[in-house]
Design a protein around this ligand. Structure first.
Ligand code: 6GU
Length: 225
């Protein structure tokens, strides 16, 4: 998979050099390009924003640098992802969809957002997805893009060492994950649930399932429908 990120804060993505994603890049499983939007400006001040038509607070990102950048970076079969609090909720299902794509391009907006015509133009030419992390406001798309990159890349075969660790996780089966414990058996007066020490794998599986259902009922009843 190829991932391209267009941002006015490219150093924000330096952390993609480390950890599992960094290793996947070294091994050639994913290719990630981080691009400074200002490289596609032509004025002395490298301007990327301007005042909004119709008035109002804040600034809007100008369409021209985005158009020049995306014309160069976005392949015909690539998906343009625009992080936005006005987008569709980003879910594990969407992460699985994105994991099958050949190219993902992230357009990270700042200020009050990107001129709407950028999304409209690329939606005419190809595939565009507006995605939101949740119902709260971030300063720009960078943190959201990072979250999507991590959720998607870990689903690519070979990125996560043990593929079994992918299946028993929150949201993969539509439920929250069960609680986990390791040694010591007693810590600050708290015990590991005895069933986990029983060696009875049927009982353990049943207990874990109950815990998943109980947690989901308690914290995320919306997931149970
Ligand atoms: Cl994707 N972008 C911004 N700016 N704020 C958000 C968001 C995205 N998701 C939740 N809040």
């Amino acid at each position: 998979m190829r991932i391209d990120i267009v941002t006015i804060f490219p150093t924000f993505f330096d952390v993609l050099d480390v950890s599992l994603i960094g290793k996947a890049r070294e091994r050639g499983i994913v290719t990630i390009g981080v691009h400074d939007l200002r490289a596609w400006t032509h004025d002395r001040h490298r301007t990327v924003d301007d005042t909004p038509y119709g008035g109002g607070a804040g600034m809007v990102m100008k369409p021209e640098p985005w158009g020049e950048a995306l014309d160069e970076i976005l392949a015909d079969d690539g998906v343009l992802i625009v992080p936005s609090p006005a987008g569709e909720p980003f879910t594990q299902k969407l992460a699985r969809e994105f994991a099958d794509e050949a190219q993902l391009v992230f357009a990270c907006g700042r200020y009050e957002g990107i001129d709407q015509r950028v999304v409209d133009h690329y939606a005419q030419r190809g595939r565009v997805r507006l995605v939101s992390l949740g119902d709260y406001v971030l300063n720009g798309g960078e943190v959201a893009a990072m979250a999507v990159v991590e959720a998607v890349t870990r689903l690519i075969p070979g990125v996560v060492g043990n593929p079994e660790s992918l299946v028993e996780e929150s949201h993969e089966d539509g439920l929250l994950e069960y609680p986990v414990y390791t040694k010591p058996q007693q810590w600050r007066g708290l015990e590991v649930p005895p069933v986990l020490l029983s060696g009875n794998h049927g009982e353990i599986a049943r207990w874990r399932r109950e815990q998943q259902l109980e947690r989901t009922r308690e914290r995320r009843p919306d997931l149970l429908g």
